[in-house]
Write a protein that binds this ligand. Structure first.
Ligand SMILES: NC(=O)c1ccc[n+]([C@@H]2O[C@H](COP(=O)([O-])OP(=O)(O)OC[C@H]3O[C@@H](n4cnc5c(N)ncnc54)[C@H](OP(=O)(O)O)[C@@H]3O)[C@@H](O)[C@H]2O)c1
Length: 215
């Protein structure tokens, strides 16, 4: 990617894993949660050494590429932050609805749309791409492999903007996975909980075999 900087919002299991992969891939990585940076600094030092804990508003301002790795039910809190703009940001949505975390009432869903389409509607001036949501964090940590090494696993991604898709392809490849475009953002529903591809930790061909059966 051109800027070599990413900001990860959410410093839990997924966020720390992606931050670690980002540092390993040579990115300057910032990471934030809803608490002050001091509250996560030690955890970040241990689990994603090289990443920098900052507050969420500073992270959004400082980065053109953001990864959403927070609970879906907390996403709207980002819209309440003061002096923060998502305009022209590339927003990589890795969030899923998970009732144990997000509550039995899925207040985020508006019916037919994928969650990432909803995120795009709420961030109309950003470019949203869905990626990194279908693989568990432990698999992400275990399966990252250098380019050319056999048995690389696939990370599928979906989006509507060609420029943004190309940036995300580069990022996925640099993190150690085969980047697998599956189409427009609406197609991302095929990666969400309830789909046979949710949880997929598969090589490209095996992934596509299932994907092509979904219609
Ligand atoms: N775990 C996985 O293997 C996995 C894989 C793919 C996708 N996902 C998705 O990734 C998201 C995160 O999952 P997780 O397992 O990493 O959850 P987690 O371990 O509970 O971490 C969630 C993180 O989000 C932070 N957070 C909560 N509210 C926030 C806010 N308003 N602003 C900024 N940060 C906030 C939390 O910190 P504070 O509460 O301190 O703010 C915490 O650091 C979910 O949507 C999940 O479905 C998870």
């Amino acid at each position: 990617m051109s800027s070599k900087k990413i900001g990860v919002i959410g410093a839990g299991k997924l966020g720390l894993t992606l931050a670690q992969l980002g540092v390993q891939a040579g990115y300057e990585v910032m990471i934030a949660c809803s608490r002050p940076p001091e509250a996560i600094a030690l955890t970040v030092d241990v689990l994603a050494p090289g990443a920098k804990a900052v507050d969420t508003a500073s992270l959004i301002s400082a980065n053109d590429v953001l990864i959403l790795a927070l609970p879906l039910s907390k996403f709207r809190n980002l819209l309440q932050l003061e002096n923060v703009s998502f305009t022209d940001k590339l927003v990589i949505d890795a969030m899923n609805y998970w009732w144990e975390v997000d509550g039995k009432e899925n207040a985020f869903s508006n019916g037919a749309d994928s969650y990432s389409e909803k995120v795009q509607q709420l961030l109309p001036t950003a470019k949203v791409v869905k990626a990194f949501n279908h693989m568990g964090y432990h698999d992400l940590a275990d399966e990252a492999r250098a380019k050319g090494v056999p048995k690389r696993k696939a990370i599928a991604y979906a989006g509507d903007d060609e420029w943004a898709l190309e940036r995300v392809r580069e990022l996925i490849e640099s993190f150690g996975f085969d980047a697998l475009p599956i189409g427009y953002l609406a197609e991302g529903v095929k990666l969400e909980p309830g789909s046979p591809l949710f949880g997929a930790n598969l090589e490209k061909e095996a992934f596509l075999t299932i994907f092509n059966q979904l219609g």
